[in-house]
Design a protein around this ligand. Structure first.
Ligand SMILES: [Zn+2]
Length: 372
């Protein structure tokens, strides 16, 4: 029975992951827009093996390096690399290619980049292409480190022009492990007396309960945010409880994960001036405008929307406004040299090491050997 799987492009993949699998497909897009297509590749491979059309020959190259910010697949350098890989798949010289850019906050052994190529009955062509793609990825190593714009010029633009900006809080990305309660952007808005319609989400379970106890329409003083994130202190404000709710459905507009249904567990919208705070009992990434619409806030009526995501929101918010991920402090900022690494190092770019790839070839017998 063939065993195939589909993984996120940020997966931590090792020889140990590959040995039991006849085939593994990774997302080819970041921001992720091909979740369903990746599952389809994995299913089709199982079907092709089962029906005798595919004899998968796996060639993987691993090397200790991280991408840090300039790693969207719709921009260079990864765009060109993926296009080159795709040209080989399209012409049939190999069956499938995945390039895994590991999630950057994993202090684990063998952390790094993975190029994974499957030949169809041909080891050599898969090996050659895996080596070539790995060398190209390594050659781009310094271009894969990005820098992000800062907050104030974005706020200046909103105040000067009639536009909507959707700002990704790079330092507090919930899917990256951020707590979702950073007040860094909010404190700056308050210092500036920001007066345009804005919505910001804050993970604040106790304050949701206070809003619910006070009831919709009540005027109360709240102190919230900055409990888990140490980037900026909590905020105290007097305002109005606009709306409260529980188990509210959110159905993503997409295109990323379009149609996905999730729920906001317990929440309140608290407003002072033009600033609306979406207080929630759980942290969320807010990768889709539906999160705000579901609590009664029309995203298109806002001039500033803050989300706790660095990439994925930008596909789904493109119809609402200009999406900019900004340089903010916090545990998910790419300033990873400050982290107390114990296991994963050395890796580039923190350690200026030489290219030292590990190669893995999985013979058709490998699975049997691994298991028995
Ligand atoms: Zn991912």
């Amino acid at each position: 029975m063939p065993i195939t799987a589909a993984f996120d492009l940020h997966a931590h993949v090792t020889e140990h992951t590959l040995a039991p699998l006849d085939f593994l497909a990774g997302y080819l897009t970041n921001p992720h827009g091909d979740q369903a297509a990746t599952s389809h590749r994995a299913f089709k491979a199982a079907q092709d093996i089962f029906e005798g059309r595919l004899d998968p020959r796996c060639a993987a190259v691993f090397f200790p390096m991280l991408t840090l910010g300039n790693d969207r697949t719709d921009e260079d350098p990864l765009r060109t690399l993926h296009a080159y890989a795709k040209s080989h798949v399209d012409k049939g010289s190999v069956y499938d290619v995945s390039i895994f850019n590991a999630q950057q906050f994993l202090d684990v052994e063998k952390l790094g980049q993975v190029v994974l190529v499957y030949g169809n009955g041909d080891d050599e062509v898969a090996e050659r292409l895996a080596d070539e793609l790995a060398e190209r990825l390594w050659a781009s190593r310094d271009r894969l480190v990005g820098t992000y714009p800062s907050l104030d010029p974005c706020l200046d633009r909103i105040e000067a022009e009639d536009l909507t900006l959707v700002l990704g809080d790079q330092g507090d990305r919930v899917a990256g492990g951020g707590p979702g309660d950073s007040t860094f952007i909010l404190n700056r808005l308050m210092e500036r007396n920001f007066g345009k319609p804005a919505i910001l989400p804050i993970y604040a379970p106790e304050e949701v309960e206070k809003c619910k106890a006070a009831g919709e329409g009540a005027e109360i003083e709240l102190t919230f945010g900055g409990r888990y994130s140490t980037a900026s202190p909590p905020v105290t404000a007097r305002g109005r409880v606009v709306a409260v709710g529980s188990d509210t459905p959110v159905i993503y507009d997409g295109p990323s994960d379009g149609g996905t249904k999730t729920y906001l567990e317990s929440w309140a919208v608290f407003q002072f001036g033009e600033i609306r705070i979406l207080l929630t009992s759980q942290p969320y990434s807010y990768i889709d405008p539906a999160y705000f619409r579901s609590v009664g806030v029309d995203p298109k009526a806002m001039k500033l929307i803050v989300v706790r995501s660095g990439y994925h929101y930008s596909l789904n918010f493109a119809s609402v406004g200009e999406c900019i991920t900004i340089d903010t402090p916090g545990i998910t900022s790419y300033d990873i040299g400050r982290l107390p690494w114990n296991t994963a190092r050395p890796f580039y770019p923190i350690d200026k090491i030489d290219f030292a790839p590990r190669r893995y070839l999985r013979s058709p017998q490998a699975r049997t050997h691994e298991r028995w």
